[in-house]
Ligand binder design. Sequence first.
Ligand code: SF4
Length: 91
Amino acid sequence: MSDQDIEKLETRCPRLGSPISFQYCLISGEDDAICWKVLDCWWEIFDVEGYLKKNMSETDFNELMARAEKPKNKISSIIEIAEKAKKKLED
Ligand code: SF4
């Protein structure tokens, strides 16, 4: 898939509650930067990390990786929820 095709892909934005294109995610963060949820929202649709690595400077890419919300696999999410529930019962 070309970069142009990728930028036209659409998904439902959890922040806006409506469908948006990947192109929008590239400019919807603070100061028109990439949205910090970009990995979490797109990893199931295409190789978003590969796209960003190819199209960003190494510094910008590493900075995004450091602050971006990473996708969690279902097992990790379930364990996290169970641990929170257990802690709440203990308190
Ligand atoms: S990356 Fe940001 S703007 Fe794009 S769909 Fe996710 S929350 Fe919405």
